[in-house]
Design a binder for this molecule. Structure first.
Ligand SMILES: NC(=O)c1ccc[n+]([C@@H]2O[C@H](COP(=O)([O-])OP(=O)(O)OC[C@H]3O[C@@H](n4cnc5c(N)ncnc54)[C@H](OP(=O)(O)O)[C@@H]3O)[C@@H](O)[C@H]2O)c1
Length: 289
């Protein structure tokens, strides 16, 4: 039985798919620098199973994580998937032997990546595919039509249910929306990196999810005196407060914090439901100001 309504934040509709707003980002399950197999394979499978037990129904992944190893772990831990579980993946990039993240957004490259995700995750139809734009350094202002239209073609063929964009400028979000509906934008954003504030609000008014990657600061975990002070006052942790702040930021914000440890996952779920008062929010808002 799904318990997502008991998770902090409740649920959100990605098109016709209902997911828990508290999701799980699977990138941390691959080896160091997101290359190679998990250092602790049993631990990786345990985190994924713990997520489902906690009622999490939204999982974020990419075939580029590992590459392939993260999707392998998801399949091994969760297949056959419960009807309530929904997996978002992303295409548009690949990996090189040095662990770099070269872009790969020609239509034939995207088709190959969609096929890899379908095969490894063992899914006929992928629930949600984000077109990952820009590069490892950040967003890049460039047209997206050829790549996005290739994904729309695959959606029309029944290979993909819903589309989104990731690492996108506001102009690229608008370009995608003008071609075919998106249900998600997945960009870097957290309590200290607020460059997408206006985009979060615009998407909320359109009923589109905003999914922050690096919600806890990613490879450089968030550190802030104000965050620590609020956490101490509320007898919580900085990570929990950072997640609670995101949940209270806007109802269209979905969480996909990453962790390789079931104990951290449980701690984050337990802590993210704390209610932040207006005074707490004012103090926290100043971090990204
Ligand atoms: N669209 C994109 O371009 C893109 C880019 C990057 C990431 N993503 C997605 O976004 C998800 C989230 O990003 P992320 O995983 O890179 O970064 P994150 O969620 O901001 O932070 C993950 C880091 O926080 C640590 N952590 C988590 N809970 C903790 C706790 N309670 N106490 C102490 N440390 C804790 C984890 O370490 P432990 O493992 O030790 O817990 C890990 O090092 C990824 O998993 C991936 O699915 C998407």
């Amino acid at each position: 039985m799904s318990t997502y309504s008991a998770l902090p934040g409740g649920s959100w509709s990605l098109g016709d798919l209902t997911v828990s707003r508290f999701g799980y980002g699977a990138m941390q399950l691959a080896g160091p620098w997101v290359m190679g197999p998990p250092a602790d394979r049993d631990g990786a499978l345990a985190v994924l199973r713990a997520a489902v037990e906690l009622g999490i129904t939204h999982f974020d992944t990419s075939d580029a994580y590992g590459p392939r190893f993260t999707n392998d772990a998801i399949r091994e831990a969760l297949h056959p998937y419960s009807d309530s579980v929904h997996i978002s993946t992303k295409v548009g990039g690949t990996r090189d032997a040095q662990g770099g993240w070269p872009t790969a957004r020609r239509p034939e490259e995207l088709r190959e990546q969609v096929q890899h995700n379908r095969e490894v995750l063992r899914l006929e139809t992928l629930d949600l595919v984000n077109l990952r734009l820009g590069n490892a350094e950040g967003v890049v202002a460039e047209p997206i039509a050829e790549s996005y239209e290739a994904l729309v073609d695959m959606q029309n063929e029944g290979l993909i249910r819903h589309l989104g964009v990731s690492n996108a400028t506001t102009e690229q979000v608008a370009e995608a929306m003008a071609i075919s509906p998106i249900v998600m934008v997945q960009n870097m954003y957290n309590i200290a990196s607020r460059q997408d504030d206006a985009l979060v609000d615009m998407l909320a008014s359109e009923g589109i999810a905003f999914v922050p990657f690096f919600p806890l600061g990613g490879f450089s975990p968030l550190q802030s005196a104000a965050l620590s002070a609020v956490a101490t006052r509320l007898e919580s942790t900085p990570m929990s407060i950072a997640l609670a702040w995101l949940l209270q930021r806007s109802p269209n914000v979905l969480l996909i914090p990453g962790t390789s440890k079931a104990a951290h996952l449980r701690e984050n779920v337990a802590g993210a439901g704390v209610t932040l008062t207006a005074d707490d929010l004012a103090e926290l808002d100043a971090i990204g100001g």
